[in-house]
Design a protein. Sequence first.
Length: 128
Amino acid sequence: MMTPPAAERGSALIEAIVSSAIVAIVLGMAFHVIGETAARQRMDQQRRAAVLVAQSELAATGAEIPVQQGESAGLSGPFAWRVAIEPYGGDVAPSTAGALMRVTVAVSGRQGGPPLVTLHSLRLARPD
């Protein structure tokens, strides 16, 4: 049997180390991508739930929350919501049906921070 020349003896070890390094880099990048995707999915799921809370509070305006200038706030599950009602500042002629009010619903996490969702709508306030 012939022995390989001295220059080729360590090349198999170097090739194994290089291929192991390449596999480690690829696995590290794959782990990073999977982690980012999972975080985005959690945030999307949280926003979808916040939209449902905001829509619910918007629907309650006029039925449970009176349409009058002011603010109300509360908690719903892991969310804090705030409903602000103010006169609509647009160029609208006075009406006997009632004043036009701008309703803003903002939903954020209980810990605070920027709102996850903000919805705007217009409602008619009952005339006095």
